[in-house]
Write a protein that binds this ligand. Structure first.
Ligand code: L34
Length: 302
């Protein structure tokens, strides 16, 4: 039997509709417009595509939203100064520095420089700590993990008591999603295992998973025989494996491949996210949600 396809595109569209109404109401009742700045250093094609998606969505929702492009060779000091400028700009509620940034800049210093109250990526140590404590402490949840949790909940999978296996231990996805799903509460309360490059038998762990979350950045790492029949499979990988000419537009577009061998896996899994159109659109949407939350917090609105 073929798995149900969990459409991130559709679920993201629903959440965006909800947010659009909320933004209109904030403007009308309180005169507040959520403000977002996305900073892109250099011209990494994947990063350009992602920040373009973020800006487009922000404008569709009625945000005040700006893209700040900086050259590859910007100094660390100048980037820190720029962040400080936006920290002090009352129109800006969310500051995002798209990762990765060039090697000559210390990523930690950059993430630590963002005011935690404007840290809509939730990468600042204060927000990472709040996430780990859980409950009301967490003001912002990191966008990709928050999107994954929404996808699982909205597609009707029970997390409480479920065996969740997370493949990958990055600060952006693996570590935070594992922490979120082990909290007590809705959409969580799972038994979580994190596996990584130091794990001895990846397949054996994956096979136990009721919910398998793969964020390894390795195209088609997960084979169909690694999947428990009926499991929920969330594929976070967006690997660029080549280029092709789009039939629709005639332009050159990347060929994207997930971390899971989708065509084979969908014959075993109960439900699975596609790439593209799975986790990616949810990441962008949860950034919008965090920016609305930040704008409300700044104005003292619950
Ligand atoms: N600071 N850096 C910061 N915050 C983030 O949340 C990110 N991330 C990750 C990389 N660096 C970051 C993103 O924005 C990954 N990521 C991201 C965002 C959007 C999409 C994928 C990754 C996305 O929209 N993917 C589309 C395909 C887009 C394409 O054609 O490349 C999809 O349907 O999966």
């Amino acid at each position: 039997m073929s798995a149900r396809i969990i459409s991130g595109t559709e679920i993201a569209a629903q959440i965006r509709e909800e947010l659009k109404k909320e933004v209109a109401e904030l403007k009308e009742k309180h005169g507040i417009v959520p403000g977002l700045i996305t900073i892109l250093v250099g011209k990494n094609p994947a990063s350009v595509s992602y920040v373009t998606g973020k800006q487009k969505t922000a404008h569709e929702l009625g945000f005040y939203s700006l893209q700040d492009d900086q050259p590859e060779n910007i100094s660390e000091a100048d980037l820190l100064k720029l962040i400080d400028k936006y920290n002090n700009d009352p129109k800006i509620h969310g500051i995002l520095v798209q990762l990765p940034i060039p090697k000559h800049i210390d990523e930690k210093k950059v993430l630590n420089a963002i005011n935690p109250d404007k840290d809509v990526d939730a990468f600042h140590p204060v927000n990472v700590g709040r996430l780990m404590i859980g409950g009301d402490e967490a003001k912002f949840l990191p966008c990709t993990p928050a999107g994954i949790q929404e996808l699982i909940m909205r597609s009707g999978f029970e997390t409480s008591g479920a065996e969740v296996v997370v493949v990958g231990r990055s600060n952006i996805v693996g570590k935070p999603i594992a922490n979120m799903l082990l909290q007590k509460g809705k959409g969580a309360n799972a038994t979580v295992t994190v596996v990584h490059t130091g794990t001895k038998n990846l397949e054996a762990h994956c096979k136990r998973a009721d919910i398998l979350i793969v964020a390894a950045g390795v195209p088609h790492l997960v084979k169909p025989e690694w999947i428990k029949p009926g499991a929920c499979v969330i594929d976070v990988g967006v690997n660029r494996v080549g280029e092709k000419i789009s039939e629709k537009t005639g332009k050159t577009v990347p060929i994207l491949r997930g971390d899971v061998d989708f065509d084979a896996a969908k014959e075993i899994a109960g439900a699975i996210t596609p790439v593209p159109g799975g986790v990616g659109p949810m990441t962008i949407t949860m950034l919008m949600k965090n920016t609305v939350t930040s704008a409300k917090m700044a104005a003292g609105i619950k």
